[in-house]
Ligand binder design. Structure first.
Ligand code: GRF
Length: 216
């Protein structure tokens, strides 16, 4: 069973979706801990309700960012994860953190990378007047949203969309895509490396991540 540590900063709707998929037998993993940089992150409540260990590692409790990264890495490593999942974790981790868990950190980002990295992916998509956007699950490297892409799903962008309405639609597909990637890693159907590979034998329909019927 793949043991995962989930890092969050806020609402934790992706965390909730992962736990729901695990409960439904659709994601073969176990959440070993939830780690946050914010003590008031709502997602921590969900973890506590489920009896999942939580850790809070705040930047302001550390002398500098390097010390915070070390503290964060220690907190995560304590739970011996097979996979570290950044699910709405709003801070950039440094190279030392990434190298502590080589090819073992994934992130979900609300755009079709490499378009619109960084903050406000949905707002950038609306401003650029693109017709399609979506979400990307990628391996984390030392850059900002630059790691190898593992999976993507698309949604239509409406002319009437605000950043908020588009983000809400994107989140609906994030909630499917992220647990599918975790499950694939767990089953060995997705091998994480600098060139991630899908193993032969994974079912073709599972590899089609374009949201069916356009979620609107
Ligand atoms: C998600 O849209 C994710 O793509 C981005 O932050 C948001 C977190 O949402 N990185 P939640 O906390 O999981 O509800």
């Amino acid at each position: 069973m793949l043991s995962i540590v989930v890092l969050i900063s806020g609402t934790g709707s992706n965390l909730k979706a992962i736990q729901a998929a695990i409960d439904a037998g659709r994601c073969r993993a176990r959440i070993a801990a939830v780690v946050s940089d914010r003590s008031k992150a709502k997602g921590l409540d969900l973890a506590r309700e489920r009896g999942i260990p939580t850790e809070v590692v705040r930047l302001k409790d550390h002398p500098d960012r390097d010390a915070w990264n070390r503290g964060l890495a220690e907190a995560v490593a304590r739970h011996e994860p097979g996979l570290v999942v950044l699910a709405g974790f709003m801070r950039i981790v440094n190279r030392d953190f990434v190298e502590r868990f080589p090819n073992r950190i994934i992130n979900v980002h609300p755009s079709l990378l490499p378009a619109f990295p960084g903050a406000d992916g949905p707002a950038q998509a609306v401003a650029a007047r693109v017709q399609l956007s979506g979400c990307t699950v990628h391996l984390v490297d030392a850059g900002v949203d630059t790691g190898p892409i593992l999976a993507q799903a698309a949604v239509r962008v409406h002319a009437s969309d605000s950043a908020e309405s588009l983000h809400a639609r994107i989140q609906r597909i994030e909630h499917h895509l992220l647990f599918q990637v975790i499950d694939k890693v767990s089953r060995g159907a997705l091998v994480l490396a600098s060139e991630p590979t899908w193993q032969i034998g994974s079912q073709a329909d599972e590899d089609v991540f374009i949201a069916p019927g356009w979620l609107t």
